[in-house]
Design a protein around this ligand. Structure first.
Ligand SMILES: NC(=O)c1ccc[n+]([C@@H]2O[C@H](COP(=O)([O-])OP(=O)(O)OC[C@H]3O[C@@H](n4cnc5c(N)ncnc54)[C@H](OP(=O)(O)O)[C@@H]3O)[C@@H](O)[C@H]2O)c1
Length: 284
């Protein structure tokens, strides 16, 4: 009688919002066996294991057992140092043993950040899920269908494609040299929205709009913008002076904004240029 192949084991270095969410899903789905979890303290690693529903909290890199797959879900600024420390702390794989797969979750960095582990023969990759992991409970609900950009060693990407697809991600490949631009797109698509909204509200308040009107106005404008952009597409949803090609109005308005705040004026001018370009694209 043939036995099914054992499930791949997973170690986590860093287990905050992203690490806990993904490990919880893999544990629930039985597609990876969550093994050891290392964070900045034993207490937080124990808390992460409780949320994941599996795993053994450890207090040092030296205490991590060997595993098939390693997730470095630490903040971006700590990935390189964690990879270096992991390369120094782990014993080389026995001759003939399959190389471990190691990946980080950053959108802006490529798998090259894991070079110290690649030098030891590990298969390195990055896997970036395009989702705001604001809290673990919310991310668990929102995860199914999330696009996930894979980059790096082909064999590592194949392992990750299977693991991420099993929990409902929609995987696609991104070239290493495109990761910065790819991530900048996500910044435009989501991170800048609160900045634009906050700037608009500062201007309304500076011009005397009653503060109590702002929450409802914010909700209505954002709700309508989302509906228009998703149903019509960005170009057809564009309104305002740029959509009308009214460059004189843009110039007068830009000068007024720049007089109020120079940096906001620069942003207004740059965004207006992009808005005119978008409007023009629709007329071609
Ligand atoms: N948040 C998002 O929306 C999002 C979306 C896509 C991708 N990402 C990427 O996912 C990665 C993790 O982000 P996150 O939001 O999950 O971060 P996070 O919630 O701040 O969690 C970071 C985790 O790393 C641990 N940690 C920090 N320094 C460490 C070190 N030197 N050694 C071991 N563990 C360490 C922290 O330990 P403690 O628990 O003890 O503090 C924590 O468990 C980043 O690369 C980020 O760019 C994030």
């Amino acid at each position: 009688m043939s036995h099914p192949a054992p499930l791949p084991t997973l170690n986590l270095v860093g287990a905050g919002r992203v690490g806990q969410t993904l490990a919880h899903l893999w544990n629930q789905n039985r597609s990876l066996v969550v093994q050891d979890v290392l964070t900045t303290s034993l207490a937080s690693a124990q808390g992460a294991c409780a949320v994941i529903g599996a795993g053994r909290a450890v207090a040092s890199m030296q205490a991590l057992r060997s595993a098939d797959v390693w997730m470095l879900a630490v903040p971006d600024a700590h990935i390189a140092a964690s990879a270096q420390a992991l390369a120094e702390a782990t014993a080389p794989a026995p001759a003939g043993a399959p190389s471990p797969v190691v990946f980080h979750c950053s959108g802006a960095q490529s798998s090259a950040t894991l070079a110290p582990l690649a030098a030891r023969g590990w298969r390195v990759a990055s896997a970036h899920c395009i989702l705001s992991f604001a809290s673990v409970p919310a991310a668990l609900q929102q995860f199914p269908g999330t696009p996930c950009a894979l980059e790096g060693d082909a064999a590592a990407c194949a392992v990750l494609r299977a693991a991420f697809s099993a929990i409902g991600a929609r995987c696609f490949d991104v070239a290493s040299e495109h990761k910065l631009l790819y991530h900048a797109a996500a910044v435009f698509a989501t991170n800048f929205l609160p900045v634009l909204q906050s700037t608009a509200e500062d201007l309304w308040q500076a011009t005397g709009m009653p503060a109590e009107l702002i929450p409802d106005l914010r909700a209505a404008l954002l709700r309508n913008a989302v509906a228009n952009i998703t149903t019509l597409g960005p170009q057809a949803a564009l309104t305002g002076p740029a959509a009308r090609g009214d460059k004189a109005a843009i110039a007068r308005q830009g000068a007024a904004v720049a007089a109020w705040d120079a940096q906001t004026g620069t942003a207004y001018e740059a965004l207006s240029t992009l808005a005119l370009r978008l409007a023009q694209r629709g007329r071609r």
